[in-house]
Design a protein around this ligand. Structure first.
Ligand SMILES: [Zn+2]
Length: 268
């Protein structure tokens, strides 16, 4: 099996090959999200830019909580939120996710021990500044079977850029799918109607929609921010919870929110 997967991976673009590997090789116990019996809408912003504040404001105005993905090397640099702003966002109930130290794709960092050392260092730096993270949002979405295994002890869940709405019994909690919104969304027919249909579908069967926003990109326009406001309002009116990643994991597993047998809070 591994020989076949590796032979295929050598010939294909990384994301396609890594997704195929994930499909063919199957889920390991630590990757299995036991049951998705509740729907939710999650709003994520990459990459901790100043313009993420517009989205935070939209969410705050409706008393909703989202996810901001941050990279320690970028915090406080030109165009990015600083530690004080991030502490304030966290204090208002939003989730901060780890997004690599300098946004380099994890598949570029070798050997694996170097990656885990860097992640441990990045998490320590965040913690030293009063920020806590339970979720990794893979920089550029890159992840594979070895990376998921190596990083699972540090995080409760991992979010990729792999396209999709999470549903059914086969959800990889370390390769959770997202749907682009605004920037990077053009190839997916992203009309407001299209997103509303997605919300409607989540009202009739369990689906976890995670929207991926890049507010700092020029492709993300004020119209997108206004559309997001209407969509989150619509979700609320229809009764679809709008939650962060960790809040939805809590909702799915209320009895033992961190008991997936792998994640250890506070590992360093
Ligand atoms: Zn990013």
């Amino acid at each position: 099996m591994n020989r076949i997967v590796n032979a295929i991976k050598g010939r294909l673009p990384a994301h396609f090959a890594d997704r195929m590997e994930e499909r063919i090789a199957g889920l390991r116990d630590f990757e299995r999200l036991e049951s998705l019996d509740l729907s939710a809408l999650t709003i994520t912003c990459d990459d901790g830019a100043l313009r993420d504040q517009y989205i935070v404001s939209v969410l705050d105005s409706q008393n909703l909580k989202g996810v901001i993905s941050v990279s320690p090397d970028l915090i406080g640099t030109d165009g990015f939120l600083d530690y004080a702003a991030l502490r304030d966002i966290q204090a208002r109930g939003h989730e901060l996710a780890f997004h690599g130290n300098d946004h380099s794709p994890f598949t570029d960092i070798r050997p694996l021990s170097k990656l885990t050392d860097k992640v441990a260092d990045g998490l320590t730096r965040l913690r030293d500044h009063g920020l806590s993270t339970q979720t990794v949002v893979y920089p550029c979405g890159n992840n594979n079977r070895r990376i998921r295994q190596a990083l699972a002890p540090f995080f409760r869940a991992g979010v990729s850029t792999w396209f999709g709405v999470n549903s059914g019994k086969r959800i990889n909690r370390y390769a959770i799918r997202r749907v682009p919104f605004g920037a990077y969304a053009s190839q997916h027919a992203p009309s407001e109607h299209w997103y509303r249909d997605m919300i409607d579908a989540a009202l009739s069967e369990p689906r976890w929609i995670i929207l991926m926003l890049h507010p700092s990109s020029t492709e993300h326009t004020p119209d997108h921010t206004a559309m997001l406001q209407r969509l989150t309002q619509y979700a609320r009116e229809q009764g679809l919870p709008v939650r962060s990643v960790s809040a939805h994991l809590d909702a799915l597993q209320p009895a033992s929110p961190r008991d997936n047998g792998h994640f250890q809070a506070g590992v360093s």
